[in-house]
Design a protein around this ligand. Structure first.
Ligand code: PGA
Length: 250
């Protein structure tokens, strides 16, 4: 099954609206003719409006880095899926390891956020991945299985149709260490298997699984050439228009 690759930028807590404008002025002309892959940029919430205005007429989509699972209410500081849709967001990152590490996200909140995002028509990019101690203790497979199983819990294949998963080994995020293309492939096979168990073989075969963790222009081609790798979630190297364009065009 052919799966169109998705190259996503995760800006984390970088760039204000003026810097967002500067980025797109540089970036959009560089990818204007690029049809091969889908491109998504996920800036901080306060830049979403500017980003969405700037990408109009281009093939670049805009996503958020987080979402709450209720549509409205007394939840100070949170943003709902309906608000993201209203502003023109089409994608959302869910369960990034930094959210799990620093902001108390659990497999259960990931599941609630995933269901809410799908319910409102957003394309969710659900992040899974092991920390270094887990890899060294031989627990990578158990961790990935648990994270997938609990994220996918009580969802149907029909509802999950837009699901995208990102495999991000935590030890490779922002460290300059990359999983080898083979390591990433092995993890992707396992994740695909979990999706097939939850939603059926066809769903598993069609699921896009991105790799994230120190993706750079220099290693993008080797990673993206792997049959199992359906795109990238890029942090640090997505902040510079030239470097992100080079990754998109690997
Ligand atoms: P990195 O981040 O590319 O800076 O390692 C990836 C991510 O956290 O999504």
């Amino acid at each position: 099954m052919s799966r169109k690759k998705l190259i996503a930028a995760n800006w984390k807590m970088y760039k204000d609206p003026a810097q967002t404008k500067e980025f797109f002025h540089g970036f959009l002309p560089m990818v204007a003719k690029h049809d091969r892959d889908e491109i998504v940029v996920c800036p901080p919430y306060i830049d979403l409006h500017a980003a969405i205005e700037l990408v109009k007429g281009s093939k670049v989509a805009v996503g958020a880095q987080n979402v709450y699972w209720k549509t409205e209410g007394a939840f100070t500081g949170e943003i709902s899926p309906t608000m993201l849709v209203a502003v023109g967001c089409t994608h959302v990152i869910i369960g990034h390891s930094e959210r799990r590490q620093y902001f108390g996200e659990t497999d259960d909140t990931v599941n609630l956020k995933l269901k809410a995002a799908l319910e409102h028509g957003l394309t969710p990019i659900v992040c899974v991945g092991e920390v270094l101690e887990e890899r060294e203790a031989g627990l990578t497979e158990d961790v990935l299985r648990r994270q997938c199983m609990r994220a996918f819990s009580t969802l149907s294949a029909r509802k999950a149709a837009k699901l995208v998963v990102a495999y991000e080994p935590v030890w490779a995020i922002g460290t300059g260490k990359t999983a080898t293309p083979e390591m990433a492939s092995d993890a992707h096979v396992l994740i695909r298997g979990e999706a097939a168990k939850a939603f059926g073989d066809d769903f598993g075969a069609g699921l896009r699984i991105l790799y994230g963790g120190s993706v750079k222009p220099e290693n993008a081609k080797a990673l993206m050439s792997q049959e199992e790798i359906d795109g990238a979630l890029v942090g640090g190297a997505s902040l510079d228009p030239k470097s992100f364009a080079a990754i998109v065009k690997y």
